[in-house]
Design a protein around this ligand. Structure first.
Ligand SMILES: [Zn+2]
Length: 118
């Protein structure tokens, strides 16, 4: 993709992944289609979000609601692992529920936008 567009995408969220908020470098940034191309998304800047490797891979070609659903179900999946059951029995780990994406956190700080679209 055109380097100027890549820079604009990276700068959208202060050089952070739009989903998790981790800082990312230009070289490692993945460009995510908010609405996946397979679901009719386009290449307009509005539809392009900077993403880290992990978020880009886990979101895959899912829409935002499916991605959120997957994140909300991670804890349920993890708790099925025997080693995690042991760790829970001994109070060695704590879990936090997924609450919101980085871009949602930013938009709720600055606007009343309830859609929380990037
Ligand atoms: Zn991320």
């Amino acid at each position: 993709m055109n380097p100027n567009i890549r820079k604009k995408v990276l700068d959208k969220y202060n050089k952070k992944c739009a989903y998790c908020g981790k800082e990312i470098l230009m070289d490692e940034m993945k460009i995510d289609h908010y609405v996946p191309k397979s679901k009719g998304g386009n290449d307009d800047l509005d539809n392009l979000l900077p993403a880290c490797d992990i978020c880009n891979h886990y979101k895959d070609s899912h829409n935002i609601n499916k991605f959120k659903y997957l994140l909300l179900n991670i804890i349920k999946k993890i708790k099925k692992l025997y080693i995690v059951k042991v760790a829970m029995r001994y109070d060695l780990i704590e879990f936090k529920e997924f609450s919101e994406f980085y871009y949602e956190r930013l938009s709720s700080d600055t606007t009343d936008n309830e859609n929380h679209k990037p």
